[in-house]
Design a binder for this molecule. Sequence first.
Ligand SMILES: C[S@@+](CC[C@H](N)C(=O)[O-])C[C@H]1O[C@@H](n2cnc3c(N)ncnc32)[C@H](O)[C@@H]1O
Length: 278
Amino acid sequence: MYIPSVGGKKFAFKKIPGANIARGARGSRMDYDQTKIPEMYARGRDHGPVFLEQWMNVVAGHVDPAGVHDILDLGCGTGRFSNALASRFSSNLVGIDPSTKMLQQALNSPSYSRVFYANGVAEALPLASNSVDVVFISMVFHHFTDPPTVAEECKRVLRSNGRVFLRTASREKTSMYPYVPFFPASWRLLEQRVPSLTFQRGVFEDAGFRTLACEVVTQEIAPDYSAYADKLALKADSILASLDDKDFQAGLHALRFAAATMPPRAVTEPIDVLVFGK
Ligand SMILES: C[S@@+](CC[C@H](N)C(=O)[O-])C[C@H]1O[C@@H](n2cnc3c(N)ncnc32)[C@H](O)[C@@H]1O
């Protein structure tokens, strides 16, 4: 695997000139470095070892572990899945993300020895052709400024038997996201920002990928609604972070009221998974 960011230091990352050019082309899409999300992301979005184990099992169900040597965690953010992926598949992993602040959080966490991070965007991957066996993309598709170019880039860097594993939100599922009833203003933002699953699948198929799996995974994100409210209060979600403060506080209040009045139960949400091969 060609890792341009290492520069002799195991967990270093550096700015890549091409990444900055591509980043400039990102237009008005959310730039995590201009938000408070990076400081809160790990506390708001990490859901513990059982959650990670669940996702590693889902990935392992779609790739041949013996054939996985190099993984790209595309839009890795704080590295929420990076260590678990590298460790589960005993492989090298490079996490690429345009947000310096998200990567800094990743670097501040203990890292598995074969995990590296680089600054870059999916539309111009700073990786050699045919250099990875898995491209793992989690909760990033809705941020891509040029999805067809991203799919072409995935095709370029992926080895012939490789897999793209897309873990994503979709417009078809937005009504099932558990925060939506409490934050009605989030509905319009989700409609505007989250593409349909049909579109996401079509982008990869148009680039020449075959769809090998299309499924929904239900994940637990809090043991009860009170814990869920505590997590959401951190504003570690780009949709909730975009709400105006009045709408956000009203939603949080409604959620805490519901938590106090309903019998405790785990909070779950559906996540779409698409798996592509060349
Ligand atoms: C919701 S976070 C997901 C982080 C991580 N994949 C996870 O599941 O925890 C979205 C990430 O996508 C990154 N991102 C935004 N635009 C991107 C692009 N064009 N290419 C790659 N990553 C991008 C953001 O900087 C942010 O770290």
